[in-house]
Design a protein. Structure first.
Length: 368
């Protein structure tokens, strides 16, 4: 519980979303100076060539670095050394969540502004000044807070629509947790992530609710559009929900069990190949069990997640439901802070039992 009545709200300086916006990166970066562009390895060759073409037609300067794949201290140090030696004036992160978080950490370390360019709508990481740090082997360590948020979040819907369906679905899983976790934090009067943690503004709760509403109204249609490779209003709405609304929602209201379970799942090596939003999705099921969520809401959420292909069972995350595994997940979750932002009493045993019951609930809905 917060110890003050002070409310706070935070966000990136600017957010721009639309088709073809990546081609305007030289225009957006020029006022800052020479840009160090960190690019996801899967997209490095293609996007480096595109940047060479667009920067070649402008007065802006850039150099690129290929991200090695893990947001860890060694990778941050490597990139910072290259940025310093090339006199970078701006850090730009282009890629998925770990690429973007690495860009944030590098910008914070060398004290430079940062532009964030997600290449999929797979997480809400782009609009927060929080980065999630892992070991070089992919085990979750914790979160770090930057000195400031991004100067610009630039989202090109033409790039997003070409990203794998799995990434988009995972983004909906991450976004779907925003409002339930916001309600949990509101119920316990837990702090958000602004400054040292403050109470939620009404704006934060409204944004979290809007994220929830858009997913249920446009999520299925947006997924069809993505599968057909077309940009529609519903697709743009869900891109915004996955990226901007979910990010501002969690940043300004807080996180709870869904993300706590995600952290716990990282203790099982077989889950490392699954995406952030996929693990959060199973965490939503656990949170609903722990909170004894009304049956109508449970049914709405479970049917939606099964329809769009989110994991709702341990088997779908390659976790064998044996005591050793469940205990490891429950202990990591209970030892962390997020699950304790619930408005209900939590112990490791309660988390353990919720995981087992969530798995059974998921099996039921997968079989319907």
């Amino acid at each position: 519980m917060v110890n003050s009545t002070t409310r706070a709200f935070g966000s990136p300086f600017k957010y721009v979303q639309g088709p073809g916006e990546f081609n305007r990166l030289p225009e957006y970066s020029k006022p800052y100076g020479k840009a160090c562009v960190i690019i996801d390895s899967f997209l490095y060759a293609e996007l480096k060539q595109k940047l060479e073409n667009t920067y070649g037609e402008s007065e802006g300067e850039f150099f690129s670095i290929c991200f090695k794949g893990e947001c860890c201290d060694d990778e941050v140090q490597r990139i910072c050394e290259i940025a310093r030696s090339n006199s970078a004036a701006l850090i730009v992160g282009v890629g998925g969540g770990k690429t973007l978080d690495t860009a944030k950490l590098c910008a914070d370390s060398v004290d430079l502004p940062v532009i964030i360019v997600p290449t999929s709508a797979s997480t809400d990481a782009p609009v927060s000044e929080i980065a999630v740090l892992y070991t070089a082997d992919g085990e979750y360590i914790g979160s770090r807070k930057m000195k400031h948020n991004a100067h610009l979040v630039l989202v090109d819907s033409e790039i997003i629509v070409k990203a794998p369906k799995r990434l988009f679905v995972a983004g909906m899983g991450d976004a779907l947790a925003t409002y339930p976790e916001a309600l949990a934090c509101q119920g316990s009067d837990s702090p958000n992530y602004i400054a040292g943690g403050r109470r939620r503004c009404k704006a934060g709760m409204a944004i979290a609710k809007s994220c929830w509403d858009i997913l249920f109204s446009d999520g299925r249609s947006a997924l069809v559009a993505l599968e057909r490779g077309v940009i529609t209003e519903s697709l743009e709405n869900v891109i915004e929900a996955n990226t901007l609304l979910s990010g501002l929602g969690f940043l300004n209201t807080g996180l709870a069990t869904a993300h706590g379970i995600h952290s716990g799942l990282t203790m099982i090596p077989s889950t490392h190949k699954y995406l952030h939003g996929e693990k959060v999705a199973f965490g939503i099921v656990c949170q609903m069990v722990m909170e004894n969520t009304p049956a109508e809401t449970v049914d709405k959420v479970m049917r939606f997640m099964v329809d769009i292909g989110l994991p709702v069972t341990l088997e779908q995350l390659d976790v064998e439901p044996i005591e050793e595994n469940i205990t490891a997940i429950a202990k990591k979750t209970a030892d962390g802070p997020l699950v304790h932002q619930e408005p209900v009493f939590i112990t490791e045993k309660i988390v353990y039992d919720a995981i087992l019951m969530a798995d059974e609930l998921g099996k039921k809905y997968r079989g319907m």
